[in-house]
Design a protein. Sequence first.
Length: 233
Amino acid sequence: MRKPLIICDFDGTITTNDNIISIMKQFAPNEWIALKDGVLSKEISIQEGVGGMFALLESSLREEMTAFVLEQAEIRAGFKEFVAFLDECGIPFYVVSGGMDFFVYPLLEGIVERERIYCNKADFTGESIAIDWPHLCDDKCENECGCCKPSIIRRLKGEDDFLVMIGDSVTDVEAAKRSDLRMARDYLLKECEALHLNHIAFQDFHDVKRALEETREVKEWLLENSAGRSLPK
Ligand code: MG
Ligand code: ZN
């Protein structure tokens, strides 16, 4: 019997857009574009690219920037219900995000506790914004991920766990390769097709919930572990 474990990306997955990109478009000088392109083409690491982008912004922007990102961000349909469903079933769920604490935490407030969120931390104490990286790559990863999803998976995943990852972009590919099932959209969807990784396309979290409920390993686990719980129909 395999126990399901769900890990979920934040930007572009839980939210409908990428919050770092939105911030840069609004506040950064044009140099950010070369850094973004460098990350997408894998010429520079995510850590170097994202760190470099935030270094272009003055710390004094903090309040304006935070207000802006919280105002424009939108949580994808069905997310709250999806998390409630997992909690009801006792299926562990973690958010693993290359985003920053100052927008990830408030946007997930009341839905996912901070203990279940892995993300980066912005430091506003210097003249320009610096990034603390609390979840750096372990000795098995050399990608300079910034927030290293493969390393976090190695820590969270038990040997027999059935790992389902949910994501959308280039920063999810390494995690996808280490998962048993992928819920994918956008870039990650094309990548799963190209790499022949077992996956399900989704538009929103109603789709994700439905797909999980129809997954054999999840169904088996729910049947075995539904004692005392109201099994979802
Ligand atoms: Mg993403
Ligand atoms: Zn890494």
